[in-house]
Design a binder for this molecule. Structure first.
Ligand code: BG6
Length: 485
């Protein structure tokens, strides 16, 4: 179990709370990790009684936790922890009541989870400060969008920073809570095999793909102001790139890790306005077939004929440092692609010389594939002799480890791990302010160049791997996107 805590969820009746936070907390309670007496206090401007919010929480859990994991006694215990306060960030009503509820337990760990839009981060923090709700044991949790640009991220950080000190601020990137993402660190730093070859001397290039089959799913209002570069690349994909590329940290202590990630972000080769057309591709899906049926195009879903928002990005990143000079990192992500797959593919350099004759067939370079989802696992492609007496014929065959087969355990949702880390006071899997701002610093010129360009995003048919220029981006360099065989 963690220490006793009070967790206040702002935006408690919203989508994040319903789909992720309440189910994650319930799972932790089921595992016996939440000590008796800990409280979960929902808060939003909707006027609700405790009972009504408890009914909301029960429904959220029934909808998102399998029945076998919901024994009645745990459900009853969980709902007993849950209460509700009506408070509006823009008004004084409710805040004193929240203060009264929290005050008797002011020695406890206190977490404010801001599951609300970023325009409310500043106003809520101001009220928390004004009503003296911030104790030394208090933490605040926020999640993207953390700004729309470097300047707006800076302003957001300033407004939160007026009330909370950096060690109290937990910026969630839910990708960092995924099991396989943490496994990347285990793979790199708990094995002697990889680190000696983890550099430009041995690695040809790295690919990071986060492909989704879903479209914008009723989030078009938000999505159209963001686009794939802000929604996925600035945060999740750059975090993945950092974990692949960073130097070994001195420990897994939060700042040791974050210092190393920051160095990678600062070493990213700036993409100038002139380079943007050559090293970035933006796409937008049109109607097609995905997820087993006909689907609308992005513009039809949005109900706009003019949006230039990209639903697909491919780009080539380079890291200007000793370890990675000359090793491109190709990133691509998009909605309405043919399959849901997130993976990191490290392609090693070809062998320097073949001792085999032409009969042996081509010798493919070794590849290490780290699959984040679905079917989490690690695959190492090796050249092997085909069995049989027919001479030396070579095949490319994977050493394949599926985590589901190797460990017969449930994969916890990222939020379970992350919320408990907030209570424990461990910031290792959260982004520090300087990281977020450095990531924007690299993204901003691309956004600016796209905004200044009269070119529209390239159209791609829903259910395909993005516009053909994304293929050209990597093929120009004599490489191809990895396809699982
Ligand atoms: C979110 C994005 O951060 O990540 C969504 O806003 C995206 O657009 C989602 O669908 C993908 O997360 P996951 O965990 O399903 O890969």
């Amino acid at each position: 179990p963690v220490e006793l805590f009070d967790l206040v969820v702002f935006g408690a009746t919203g989508d994040l709370s319903q789909r992720k936070l309440l189910p994650a907390l319930f799972h932790r309670d089921l595992q016996g990790q939440i000590p008796p007496g800990s409280r979960i206090i929902g808060c939003s401007r909707r006027s609700l009684t405790n009972e009504a919010f408890q009914a909301f929480a029960r429904k959220a859990i029934e909808d998102h936790v399998p029945e076998a994991d919901r024994p009645a006694d745990v459900m009853a215990r969980f709902l007993e922890r849950v209460s509700y306060v009506t408070a509006d960030a823009a008004q004084d009503a409710g805040w004193a009541e929240l203060g009264k509820l929290l005050k008797p337990e002011s020695h406890r760990i206190r977490v404010f989870y801001l599951a609300v839009g970023p325009d409310l981060f500043g106003p809520i923090c101001d009220r928390l400060g004004a009503y003296h709700l911030v104790t030394p044991q208090t933490r605040v949790v926020i999640e993207k969008p953390l700004g729309k640009s470097g300047a707006s991220a800076h302003a957001l950080n300033e407004s939160i920073g007026k009330v909370f000190k950096e060690p109290q601020i937990y910026r969630i990137d839910h990708y960092l809570g995924k099991e396989t993402v943490q496994n990347l660190m285990a793979l790199r730093f708990a094995n002697a095999l990889f680190e000696p070859v983890w550099n430009s001397g041995h690695i040809d290039h790295v690919q990071i793909t986060v492909a989704e089959t879903l479209g914008v799913e009723g989030r078009a209002g938000y999505y159209d102001t963001a686009g794939a570069l802000r929604d996925m690349v600035q945060n999740h994909m750059l975090q993945l790139l950092c974990l692949v590329a960073m130097e070994p940290p001195t420990s897994t202590q939060a700042d040791a890790l974050r210092d190393e990630k920051l160095k990678v972000l600062k070493s990213l080769k700036p993409i100038t306005a002139e380079a943007v057309p050559n090293v970035t591709v933006r796409g937008q899906y049109r109607a097609g077939a995905a997820n087993g049926g006909a689907v609308k195009g992005y513009l039809e879903e949005l109900g706009s004929a003019t949006s230039k928002t990209e639903t697909f990005v491919a780009l080539k990143a380079e890291i200007n440092n000793w370890r990675w000079a000359g090793v491109p990192f190709y990133l691509r992500t998009g909605k309405r692609l043919p399959s849901r797959v997130s993976e990191i593919v490290v392609t090693f350099k070809p062998i320097p010389h073949s001792v085999f004759d032409g009969q042996a067939g081509p010798i493919a370079p070794n590849r290490l594939v780290i699959r984040l989802q679905p079917d989490e696992g690690v695959k190492l492609w090796l050249m092997i002799k085909d069995p049989g007496p027919g001479g030396m014929r070579l095949s490319n065959v994977p050493l394949d480890m599926s985590f589901a087969d190797a460990f017969n355990v449930r994969n916890p949702d990222a939020y379970e791990r992350l919320i408990m880390d907030v209570v424990r006071g461990n910031q290792a899997l959260f982004m520090r302010r300087d990281e977020v701002e450095a990531a924007w610093g690299w993204i901003d010129p691309v956004l600016d160049a796209w905004a200044a360009s009269s070119e529209l995003p390239k159209q791609y048919t829903a259910g395909t791997w993005g516009p053909s220029s994304a293929v050209a981006l990597i093929e120009r360099d004599g490489r191809t996107w990895y396809e699982d065989q």
